[in-house]
Structures are given as C-alpha cells and as structure tokens.
Ligand binder design. Structure first.
Ligand SMILES: [Cu+2]
Length: 620
C-alpha cells in the first residue's frame, strides 16, 4: 500500500488515496479511488505525486510464461451493426442534452440544425449505434491465464450476440450518432475508474463529442466540464472533411470540407481525466474505420478514381497493447505510480500470441499502438527471422500522397497507426510468418535500441488459396490521396506557439504546467492556422505528442538542436508527433469548423495521466 501526496496546486482535501493496483479477487486491500473522492476532488488531478519513491513503487515480477500460438484470430473483422435509436420516443437523439431522460449534461451538439434541420434526429439521417461500457468477467487473454475481468465497449453483432470493442465502419458524408451507456459498477475495486469519456482519435469531431477528459460521466458523477451525470451520452460524429467552412457542402462537394483531409484508420478509447492509462488498459479501446469515394472500402469498385485497396475480410485492423500479469495470470497495473507499469505481454486485438490465418492474396493491415506506454518497431519475418517487405500506405490514419514501397519495418509510438499492404500471394501454402517487435524497452520512459531477432507477437499462417472464382482485384495505386501543404506565405505568416514537454518534481508538464481541464493555456481563432513548436529538452525519455481534432504537417525536425531529415512516413498529415530524447518538431496546423475545448497531451498514457496534458480552446 502506498500513499501519494496531492497535487500541490489542487484544492483537494483527499489525502488518503489507497493503492488499488492488484486485481486478484482475494486481495482485500484494494480500494476504489472514488469511494473516498468527493465531487470537488474530481475537479482536479488527484493521483499526482511530487516525487517518485522507489520504495513505494510496485515492482511487478515478469508476467508468467505462456504457450504461444494457441489462439486464433477471426478471419475477418465484422463491422458493428446499427442500433435503432428511435424505438424509445423519450430518447430520440437531439441537439441538446436529454437530461430529462438520463442523458448526462453535455453541451449542445454544434451545427446540429445545419445537419439535421429539426431539434430531433429523423430516421435515416444518420447511422446510429449504441455501445454499453460493461464489466466483462470472462475475458481470455490467453488460455494459460484465468478468465478475468475487462471493461469493454459492448455492442451487438448481426446475430444479436455481444460484440466486444467492435469495429465501426463509417463513411464521409454520412453522420454517425453513437450513444454510449456507462454500465460500469460504481463500487469497482482494482485499477481503472468507472467514470468514462469516449475519445475518437482523431476524427474532426466537435468539442462536446470529442471525449474531452473533463467530460467524464457515470450515472452518479460528472466531470468538471459537464453540467450533470447521466446514464448515457450521445456523441455526434459529423463525418465531414476538415475545412467545412472553407469548402462548404455543395453539389460538387456533397460531403463538405476538404477531401484531401480524409482520414481512414481511427480508434476510440477512454479518455477519463487522470485514468486514461488505467481505463484503456482495463480494455476500453476499439477501431473506427472511415471510408469515402476514394478509399471506398471496395476493391471491386467500378468508380475509376477509387483506389481499390484490399477490402472486406482482407482489410484487417490489429491493435497492440502492452500488459502485465501477476503470478496467477491476472492483469495488474499501478495507476498511482507516475511511471506506471510497463507491459511485458503484448496483446493483439486482446489476445496474447495469437494466430492469424490468411489467404494467398493482398491484405491491408491496419496496425495500431493502443498503449498505454510501449513503443514498437515491427517487422514481418519468416521462420528464419528474415525481414519481409510490404507497402506502407498510411500513417496515423492518413493515406500518404504516394505509397512507400519495399518497406520492412514500422515504428509506432502510442496511438500512432500504420496501414500496410502485404501481398501473401508470394508465399506458398503453409508458410509461417511473424510480426515481431525488435524495439527494446525497459521502462515506461521511452524505448531503447533495436535488436534482432526481436519477440514474436503475432503468427501469420498462409493457409489457403482464394476460393474458386474469386480474384484479388485489389491494388495499390502509385498515387493515393493528395495532400494540402501550407504555402510559403502561410508558413511565413503563421504565429508560432511553443510547447515544452518536460518533467518537474516527478511529474510531467507542458510549459511548466500540470493539466488543468478548467483553464485553457491557449486560445486559437477558428479558421486560423499556426505553427506549433513542440520540444522535449530531456534526454531521458520520449513523448508521443497527440493534438486532438486537427492533423498537422511536420515542417522541421531537430535533434540536439540540429535539423534532421523527416522520415518519409512522417511526410503526410499526422496527429501524433514523436519527440524522442532532445528532439523538437515544428508543425503547421489549422483550427477549423467547430469551436470549443480540446486537448494536446503526451499519448504515453502514463505521462498523460500524470499530468502531461494541456487544454486549448478554439474560439470564434
Ligand atoms: Cu510522454
């Protein structure tokens, strides 16, 4: 058990927070933070410490060994089916919060009337989904470990069965209304907190639906930036391209916005203030894939301008998370330690050392580092550990202007994505391949060296030919999506804002400040653009910095004050900017369409929770 000091600037009176790290059902000492935390306390960071004490930190032993390759991943990842949100006349989605019928006190949906006309949504105006965040008691990370508790977003599959952390398929021009119920137990013991805020990383989502960290809710509690608790919260995803005001919807632009700003591979996860690492580690994360006329999700698309990338069962998202397990095989996480818990077991879509069987054809693999802390450098290798080649097509959910051919590695900081196309037709039936991680890491502070052969994370078996009559019509064209680069005049006229990511008294700061969701550190004008100069003066740790809501373009990279080349895969649009030791990045970014409160933070979720995050407001 350990006791932490309060955040020095907090007016919190809660000084007896208990460790609730261990999750064994027999551990009587577990405590839920929020049993003792008052609403006042919730308004401020509460898990902060002024210094790390080695004596207090829990040093977990390595996770118990597991027998590899016992679990098979499904051969296709099905999209979530819609839920009818019109059955209950009291709870029809509407512009303002439906607090009379148990919705939490969110702000009014922006531009609602512009999209839907009426105060209430009409049938067929949007794709409607319902997710319920639930405690699932029987998750199997690995057959050698016991069934155990996770928290998942639970929808329903086409047969009405529970679909955990479902993949959502969306289309530009078709809004999504996602209703999120919080059904977590208020009396939870163990790591994680039963208040939630759903962030869809990095859709162009209005502030009130962005999963702002202070917007967390449960049936009985609400974050400092909501006006009240509730059973559920409606999130409105307009699914327009960024730049809606500059490129309005019209007959020739039916979606609205700048089509060069399209995204593809997105993911959603919990973003509760101070507990993002714990809640995401507890299991709250899933994919949201969005398509448009170009990246249409149909490899047989007759539209001549469609890219025809591998689609359907051959468009496969893979989320990697680092996790730690105790001697009995139960997941553990130290949410009080500002250096967190580094996972030594890597799950792929929630499974340890799984197998994916593929057909002899091209696949689009969407790789996501879902955190909380570990960096990866992935290679696709054969049985002799020889690296295989693939085509790198998208970074952070943005298709690159041109594919990068003959690549053999993908390096991902937390929340970064990479879409790659692998042609398995090159391999004979029965070929066994592996995704391996060669990046060494011994603490949550950042990665170390790259060393072969690395550890095998996922086994891929090329186990079948295409069914008779089926042809692989997919392709990777030589041009993918055009990019809008800032002009020289825009760069010259852009105001420069500097952000320093550092460490102070054992915590993590931005411009010397700990997170304060009640106060914006920057006000940027809607429709404007700026250069953000982000830097990490330390040589002791790394920060994958994430800016919500808008993507940026890296203008320059520096290491130890010297300009260095921008890697090819970083020359598209990005939403995560890796700051390695003594690194600095200058990026160009626009702020458009939906004013309100947003955040920038380190996406090493442990740094984020301990308190490397800043609120910025877009103002009219
Ligand atoms: Cu960091």
């Amino acid at each position: 058990m350990k006791k932490k000091e309060n955040h020095p600037s907090s007016d919190s009176t809660c000084d007896s927070l208990q460790s609730n790290t261990l999750d064994s059902p027999t551990n009587e000492s577990r405590r839920s933070f929020f049993k003792t935390a008052s609403a006042t306390v919730l308004a401020a960071p509460i898990v902060l410490t002024s210094s790390r004490s080695e004596a207090q930190a829990i040093d977990f032993p390595p996770s118990p060994p597991t027998t590899p390759w016992l679990t098979e991943l499904p051969q296709a990842v099905e999209p979530l089916v819609q839920t009818d949100l019109f059955e209950n006349p009291d709870r029809i989605p509407q512009g303002s919060a439906n607090t009379s019928y148990e919705e939490c006190g969110r702000n009014q949906h922006q531009r609602w009337a512009e999209f839907f006309g009426d105060f209430q949504l009409q049938p067929n105006q949007a794709d409607t989904y319902e997710l319920r965040v639930q405690a699932v008691q029987d998750h199997v990370f690995h057959p050698d470990y016991p069934d155990q508790l996770v928290w998942n977003y639970v929808g329903k599959d086409a047969n009405g069965n529970p679909y955990h952390n479902p993949t959502i398929h969306a289309r530009y021009g078709r809004p999504v209304l996602l209703r999120l119920y919080n059904e977590l137990p208020a009396n939870h013991n163990g790591f994680g907190t039963p208040e939630i805020s759903l962030h869809l990383h990095n859709l162009h989502t209005p502030s009130e639906s962005d999963g702002f960290p202070g917007d967390y809710f449960s049936k009985t509690k609400s974050g400092p930036t909501l006006s009240g608790p509730g059973e559920y919260k409606d999130q409105f995803y307009p699914n327009v391209y960024a730049g809606l005001d500059e490129f309005p919807k019209s007959a020739s632009n039916p979606v609205g916005g700048d089509r060069r700003e399209a995204l593809g591979t997105l993911w959603y996860h919990d973003h509760c203030l101070d507990f993002t690492a714990a809640n995401a580690t507890r299991g709250m994360a899933g994919f949201y894939l969005i398509y448009d006329a170009l990246d249409s999700g149909n490899e047989n698309d007759p539209n001549p301008s469609a890219l025809r990338l591998p689609s359907g069962a051959y468009d496969y998202p893979l989320a990697f998370q680092d996790k730690r397990f105790d001697a009995s095989g139960i997941q553990v996480f130290d949410q009080l330690d500002p250096e967190g818990t580094l996972g030594d077991k890597i799950t792929v879509n929630g499974k340890i050392e799984p197998v994916l069987r593929v057909a002899r054809r091209k696949y689009r693999l969407r790789l996501l580092n879902a955190g909380p802390s570990r960096y990866y450098e992935f290679y696709l290798v054969n049985n002799a550990n020889a690296a295989q080649t693939f085509t790198y097509i998208a970074n952070d959910g943005n298709l690159l202007p041109q594919p990068i051919l003959n690549q053999n590695k993908v390096r991902l900081g937390v929340a970064e994505r990479a879409d790659i196309v692998v042609d398995f037709s090159r391999y004979g039936l029965g070929t066994e391949l592996y995704i391996v991680n060669r990046l060494q890491q011994t603490s949550t502070r950042g990665p170390g060296n790259v060393q072969a052969p690395g550890s095998r994370i996922l086994k891929i078996i090329v186990d079948r030919n295409l069914p008779a009559g089926e042809v692989d019509n997919s392709r990777v064209p030589s041009n993918l999506r055009p990019i809008r680069r800032p002009t020289a005049a825009e760069i010259a006229s852009a105001p420069v804002r500097s952000w320093v990511f550092a460490r102070k008294n054992g915590l993590w700061t931005i411009n010397d400040r700990l997170v304060n969701v009640n106060s914006a550190a920057a006000h940027v004008a809607a429709g404007s653009y700026e250069i953000w100069d982000i830097s990490n003066p330390s040589n002791g740790w790394s920060h994958p910095v994430h800016i919500h809501f808008e993507e940026g373009i890296i203008l320059q990279r520096f290491r130890n004050g010297t300009a260095v080349a921008i890697p090819t895969h970083e020359r598209g649009r990005k939403d995560v900017y890796n700051l390695g030791p003594s690194e600095r990045v200058r990026l160009f970014i626009r702020f458009r369409d939906f004013p309100g409160k947003y955040v920038m933070h380190c996406h090493n979720m442990i740094h984020e929770d301990h308190a490397m995050m800043v609120r910025f407001d877009i103002v009219d």
